[in-house]
Design a protein around this ligand. Structure first.
Ligand SMILES: [Zn+2]
Length: 282
């Protein structure tokens, strides 16, 4: 991630902070009413500390399932755990998606427990800190569970759908539901009684990120946009039937080396599978 720098390491995972995140924090502290700057810093510390632990929740559970965690970063729209090699199986994906909100629910529980313990109240200083910890984490857990793919709720939805349907169809459905959430939330935020533009910016980001991930899954499944259009318009069976009819007359055998390109073009699978099949002795 450009414009970001490493600030430390937690559980062996590098923690990075984006320059724009620092600009945002600086702006928020500077715009706090005079005399409340310390409170603003404390509140932002609780907020972004909770966001960081939320992301670490995702990262630590993903690592248990064999994913490689590159880093956890704080940036203006929240936190981001960058990872690769996450298995595309329903239950690991569901566990990783829910790990972040579960971390927030854990922090909420801690805040509530400390709040009712009479001794701990004094030891921890201001009750306001515990109230902030509780409200921030309740809000983070609920907000992240909105099924707006690629938010956690959307990822959990895809995981549940992929237990029933194939991964491509599960992703398409989750992205479509996510877009409905984005349009609804953005319309409410922009045209509502109290316009709140950050939701529109987040909505735009979610829409773009969801589209990118959908394109990646489509490419992985060898689903090109044109056949996807017909598949979505007429249902998969009609298109499969049409393809089968097209395939009926066997094409003349091409010379092996000159038609590798067109063979690859017509191949319905990943690049790896294509070359694995090519390598097989016939
Ligand atoms: Zn999350």
């Amino acid at each position: 991630m450009s414009l970001s720098f490493r600030v430390g390491r937690l559980f062996g995972i590098p923690i990075r902070v984006h320059l724009l995140f620092l600009v945002l924090v600086g702006f928020l502290v500077a715009s706090a009413p005079p005399g409340t700057e310390i409170d603003a810093v404390a509140y932002l510390g609780i907020l972004f500390g909770s966001v960081l632990l939320h992301e670490l929740g995702h990262a630590l559970v993903a690592r248990r399932f064999g994913a490689v965690i590159h880093d956890v970063a704080l940036w203006p729209l929240g936190g981001l755990a960058r990872m690769s090699g996450m298995p595309q199986r329903p239950w690991p994906e569901l566990a990783v998606a829910l790990a972040g909100p579960t971390m927030n629910l854990g922090l909420l529980l801690i805040a509530l427990l400390l709040g009712v313990l009479p001794d701990a109240k004094g030891a921890l200083g201001r009750e306001g800190a515990l109230a902030s910890l509780a409200s921030v984490n309740a809000a983070l857990a609920l907000f992240n569970l909105i099924p707006a793919f690629p938010m956690d709720g959307g990822r959990a939805l895809r995981a549940i759908l992929s237990a029933r349907f194939d991964y491509l169809r599960a992703t398409e459905t989750a992205v479509r539901i996510g877009r409905i959430c984005v349009v609804a939330a953005t319309s409410a935020a922009v045209f509502g009684p109290l316009p709140f533009w950050p939701i529109a910016i987040l909505g735009l980001f979610l829409w773009i990120q969801g589209s990118i991930e959908l394109a990646q899954v489509r490419a992985q499944f060898g689903a090109d946009p044109i056949s996807e259009f017909f598949r979505q318009a007429f249902g998969s069976r009609v298109v499969e039937e049409a393809l089968r009819q097209q395939e009926a007359p066997p094409p003349p055998k091409p010379k092996p080396e000159e038609d590798l390109g067109s063979e690859l073009e017509n191949y319905r699978g990943t690049l790896d599978e294509f070359f694995r099949e090519k390598r097989k002795p016939s």
